[in-house]
Design a protein around this ligand. Structure first.
Ligand SMILES: Nc1nc2c(ncn2[C@@H]2O[C@H](COP(=O)(O)OP(=O)(O)OP(=O)(O)O)[C@@H](O)[C@H]2O)c(=O)[nH]1
Ligand SMILES: [Mg+2]
Length: 296
């Protein structure tokens, strides 16, 4: 049996969480078209007869301004330690700038063997690939360079085969039915945040957080019902209005979309109560960041 830990690292929006979900076959980590979606270290566990791979999704590497972002960067950096392999995920459809160089430096200094994944090949023409491969192979001796599409699953089977080959022999770390280390409560908050990211623009995705106030499973067995109450945190009063929308329509709409996803996750009916609350400068507030379980 093979067993090992594999960390996904890269710029925001490069497709790490999409890849994690595709590899696991479950929605473990939320995805959006906005950068800085993932804020935590999230495990996705793949168990097969040939062994177990524990994938580690991380926040995209970016210049941190607020304490929240410093914690996110630290979380990503910490996730490179004591792992068997690193997957450096690059968005091949956009030009490579200073941000990518920064990630490359981190990967170079990290220690574990690294595979370069050039993602989103469904989105660009093949001739783009060669210069990217050329540039990266000059910079670092990657164990492998593999073009993939996390969205269309191109080359993912091959990737998993390569990973199982690279990983050491060992016993599985987690039970075969477990696909993440995260609680239902955490995943619920994330699903609500995902719906906010889908429906808001400009600074809202960055200034919003979700805290679960109540996760009542008292009627779960008898009535197949879980009662959940959550606070949507914003930084300014004006942002409260944006989340609410005209006549509360935006909040109602994102609430029902989130509820469907949460019901799917829990396999039960869900009552979801949402409240919008302003907490000034929460992104620099250590107490709030602790409550949100932001590492670093
Ligand atoms: N066309 C295409 N889009 C992709 C692919 N992989 C991811 N995306 C899209 O890219 C966007 C970002 O994906 P995420 O998985 O959230 O990216 P991430 O690297 O986890 O981003 P952060 O959490 O912000 O670091 C989403 O809109 C995805 O649908 C791909 O292979 N092809
Ligand atoms: Mg992500």
């Amino acid at each position: 049996m093979k067993s090992g830990t594999v960390t996904l690292i890269g710029r925001p929006n490069s497709g790490k969480s999409t890849l994690l979900n595709a590899l696991i076959g479950e929605k473990v980590s939320i995805v959006s078209e906005k950068p800085q979606t993932t804020r935590h270290r999230i495990l996705g566990i793949l168990t097969e007869p040939r062994g177990q791979i524990v994938f580690v999704d991380t926040p995209g590497i970016h210049k941190p301004v607020y304490r929240m972002n410093q914690r996110m960067l630290q979380t990503a950096l910490d996730s490179l330690r004591d792992v068997d392999l690193v997957l450096h995920v690059v968005d091949g459809s956009i030009s490579l700038g200073a941000g990518e160089n920064f990630v490359l430096q981190i990967v170079k200094n990290a220690g574990p063997k690294t595979i370069l994944l050039i993602n989103k090949i469904d989105k660009f023409a093949k001739p783009r690939l060669l210069p990217i491969i050329d540039r990266y192979s000059k910079e670092y001796d990657f164990t492998e360079i593999l073009p993939i599409s996390a969205l269309t699953r191109d080359n993912l089977k091959l990737l998993v085969d390569i990973l199982f080959k690279c990983l050491p022999d060992g016993e599985a770390l987690f039970g075969p039915d477990l696909f993440t280390d995260r609680t239902e409560r955490f995943l619920t908050a994330e699903l609500i945040r995902e719906k906010i990211l889908e429906r808001t623009r400009e600074e809202l995705p960055y200034t919003t957080a979700v805290i679960i106030r109540k996760f009542d499973e008292g009627e779960r067995v008898k009535r197949n019902l879980v009662r959940i109450e959550a606070d949507i945190i914003v930084e300014r009063r004006s942002q409260q209005g944006i989340i609410l929308g005209k006549g509360g329509l935006t909040l109602r709409d994102l609430g029902s979309a989130a509820r469907l996803d949460i019901e799917h996750l829990l396999g039960s009916k869900v009552y979801l109560g949402l409240r919008v609350r302003t907490v000034l400068r929460w992104r620099n507030n250590e107490v709030v960041l602790d409550e949100l379980e932001l590492g670093g």
